[in-house]
Design a binder for this molecule. Structure first.
Ligand SMILES: *[C@@H]1O[C@H](CO)[C@@H](O)[C@H](O)[C@H]1NC(C)=O
Ligand SMILES: *[C@@H]1O[C@H](CO)[C@@H](O)[C@H](O)[C@H]1NC(C)=O
Ligand SMILES: *[C@@H]1O[C@H](CO)[C@@H](O)[C@H](O)[C@H]1NC(C)=O
Length: 239
């Protein structure tokens, strides 16, 4: 009897599984109505399968990440601005995708964003300070890009009890500066050096023009002397 119940148990457990409740996010939009939380997401983006669309109320964040074993490809271009229409987007992980161009400030319209992970891309330009308005942001990583300019205080030095991001979120961007990174690096020419060069060149030009005037005076003096000698020689008989 015990053996039979064991066999029955095995049959039951290996039997047909209950249908999985939620279709894979990559399924075509024509199939079924998407779950309520993703209803607002437009599915015209091919990138949509990379992103998790989550209700902001489900607190443990489960980022849907892209497999990192993709072959090296040319840059797929900039971050699509149309992401702004994914109003329920909670996790944006586009790390290591060779993305170029700027970080679109329109991402601010995705008010439920918890995670913005853009590390290891080719992004340029400044970090939009509007991103600091995303109060739910708990992970922000733009390290290892080509970003420049100041880190907006709204992100580098967040107010109140908003989660803070340390230097590891910003490292690896050669021209990015400001807290929590070091302040603007003086690229060879500090203000003192510029002032010094200005004063020095002013003094040098003064000296140069003075000597030029002296030389000119001397030359003209010699000329007049020569001219007078010439005048004199006109009256002198030739030998
Ligand atoms: C984003 O995806 C990469 C690659 O899968 C992963 O290593 C990283 O931890 C993810 N970021 C976050 C914040 O989960
Ligand atoms: C961060 O902000 C606080 C006030 O909001 C300010 O007192 C502090 O000096 C700032 N720190 C840096 C490093 O900018
Ligand atoms: C910076 O923050 C990350 C995650 O938020 C953490 O893993 C890391 O230990 C922090 N580094 C420092 C130096 O505090």
């Amino acid at each position: 009897m015990g053996v039979w119940s064991l066999v029955l148990f095995c049959l039951l457990t290996t039997g047909p599984k209950p249908p999985s409740p939620i279709p894979a996010p990559a399924s075509p939009p024509t199939s079924k109505a998407p779950p309520a939380t993703t209803a607002a997401s437009t599915s015209s983006l091919s990138l949509i399968s990379l992103f998790g669309a989550q209700s902001p109320l489900t607190s443990p964040i489960a980022p849907i990440s892209k497999p990192s074993t993709s072959p090296p490809t040319p840059s797929p271009g900039p971050i699509p601005i149309d992401l702004q229409y994914l109003v329920n987007l909670a996790v944006l992980n586009l790390s290591a995708n060779r993305l170029s161009g700027d970080i679109p400030q329109q991402l601010t319209l995705c008010a439920y964003l918890n995670v913005i992970d853009l590390h290891d891309n080719l992004l340029i330009g400044q970090i939009p300070q509007q991103l600091g308005l995303l109060v739910r942001l708990s992970v922000f990583d733009v390290s290892n890009n080509r970003l420049s300019g100041p880190i907006p205080a709204s992100l580098g030095n967040r107010s109140g009890n908003l989660p803070r991001f340390n230097a590891s979120s910003y490292n690896g961007n050669k021209d990015l500066y400001g807290y929590p990174l070091p302040p603007l690096k003086n690229k060879g020419l500090s203000i003192m050096a510029i002032v010094g060069i200005g004063l020095g060149s002013g003094f040098l030009s003064l000296v140069l023009s003075f000597t030029a005037v002296c030389i000119w005076l001397r030359v003209s003096e010699q000329k007049t002397m020569a001219a007078e000698e010439g005048k004199i020689s006109q009256f002198m008989p030739d030998y």
